[in-house]
Ligand binder design. Structure first.
Ligand code: S3P
Length: 173
């Protein structure tokens, strides 16, 4: 079953949300963010879900969200959380685009952001950098294995990244 969804994956701080919004400008595919869906479902921020219920509970919510997307969402661009690729049935959600940046590039980018403090604080798995790097190394093969397309995002603007995705996937604009 063709969903016509584009599913953006990648590690924290790869810019999945802003790429989804950029793709909307070009393709009119509506941007949907998995973490936003989970936050509105629980009426809690991701950080609060981790603190009150633990990571495993959050992963169950990701599975619930993936199942909902598979059954209901069409013609959209989905930005996922960095660990979303582990849900069952992931490949059925749409065309998977992996936004790749090296770990140090991603961390430098987030630290250079005007809202760096807030952006780091809201991500429980970015609090301990050596652990975050280990997580990055562990996930990298999975990102590459599930991806239909890999885009290197280093030193590129969001419009350039979006244009590359549109060209590579021959999306209508
Ligand atoms: C997570 C990434 C976060 C968010 C949660 C867990 C992860 O999303 O889903 O904090 O496991 O990598 P972003 O990738 O948008 O930061």
């Amino acid at each position: 079953m063709q969903t016509n969804n584009i599913i953006l994956i990648g590690f924290m701080a790869a810019g999945k949300g802003r790429t989804a919004r950029g793709l909307f400008t070009l393709t009119k595919k509506y941007p949907v963010d998995c973490d936003d869906l989970i936050e509105s479902l629980c009426n809690l921020k991701i950080k609060q879900i981790f603190e009150r219920h633990g990571e495993q509970y959050f992963r169950q919510l990701e599975q619930l969200t993936a199942d909902w997307i598979r059954l209901n969402l069409r013609n959209s661009v989905v930005s996922t959380g960095g660990g979303f690729v582990r849900v069952k049935g992931f490949k059925q959600l749409g065309t998977i685009v992996y936004l790749h940046g090296g770990f140090h590039y991603l961390i430098e980018t987030i630290y250079a952001h005007p809202n760096a403090k807030k952006k780091i604080k809201k991500r429980p798995l970015l609090q301990d950098l050596p652990r975050a790097e280990a997580l990055y190394q562990e996930r990298l093969p999975t990102y590459r294995q599930v991806a239909d397309l890999e885009i290197n995002i280093e030193e590129k603007t969001t419009p350039t990244i979006c244009q590359e995705i549109v060209s590579a996937l021959k999306l209508s604009t």
